[in-house]
Design a protein around this ligand. Sequence first.
Ligand SMILES: [Cu+2]
Length: 372
Amino acid sequence: MLTRRAALFGAAGIAAAPLIATAAKAEEAMTPVAAPADLSKLKRIKRELVAPPFVHEHEQVAPGDPRIVEFEMEIVEKEIEVDRGAYLQGMTFNGSIPGPMMVVHQDDYVELTLINPARNMLQHNVDFHAATGGLGGGALTLVNPGEKTVLRFKATRSGTFVYHCAPGGPMIPWHVAAGMVGTIMVLPREGLSDHKGRPVTYDRVYYIGENEFYIPKDEKGNYKRYADVGESYPDTEEVMNGLIPSHVVFNGAVGALTGDKALTAKVGEKVLFVHSQGNRDTRPHLIGGHGDLVWEHGKFSNVPDRDLETWFIRGGSAGAALYEFLQPGLYAYVNHNLIEAVNLGATAHVKVEGAWNNDLMEQVVAPTEMIS
Ligand SMILES: [Cu+2]
């Protein structure tokens, strides 16, 4: 009997085969011929990843010599309700959209164990934009269900960089549009610096991953729901190729960062917002606030921009913005394509506590009826 998995590999494999074959050949070509690097003298540290918008424990200034930083991620294919009645057959790194943010320092070695459990249907891998060679690691990490692999790469450049699944051919955009995108932040060893090269630190860091989804509708205009990721593929591909997303969201769902899941901060705290988009351009804006220092491209060797109102994140990148909150209140952090923010979902809230500053803003006259 032809199982759904075999059918899917067959169907998807026709189109995907050339690129997967290329990846396999690339792997052959890149199988190390030199002796393995001797890193036995380096210290190792294991970091437990946490789900976004939160980020695992880390130091902002490197505590010593470069280390090998170990991470483990499991790939989870699962259905996710991205809005009421709208279900995505999602593919995730570690169960979350976006995948967890990793933090290391420049010249550290990232050692990732990538697990594709047997219950999954599809082949996956990871392409780190922070890595050099081997399709960003994509050529060396292609794992079938029931397999795991370990990749090590040296983080030679500082900055925020996306990582994503890229298993070949039309599987690449599908896996990314199904949620397989995350970010690694490679901090300079001395930590972040401002526009004059002076050290700056953050009190909190939040990772906001923006994704757009392409959920098919039936002839009555209702969202269709599928038994598994394989069944969703043909309809989803058709919607994807129309390039009009059904949802544009932060952290995997409409309202994932609002209400009781709003981000929090206090007046006087400096908050670093890391924002990624794996596939499509976007333009973050903090309503009522600013970007004090913005690394729009996310690369910390460049001088940060100052005082920005809106910044631009290119599809396939992650940027970082540092802001010191000066007023309390509920701030909306949006994609300033306001149709995408309000109607399609790309809105987060930041609940800020502290004392109001009348010098910065004051209601001189409350709205009052005009008497003519
Ligand atoms: Cu994948």
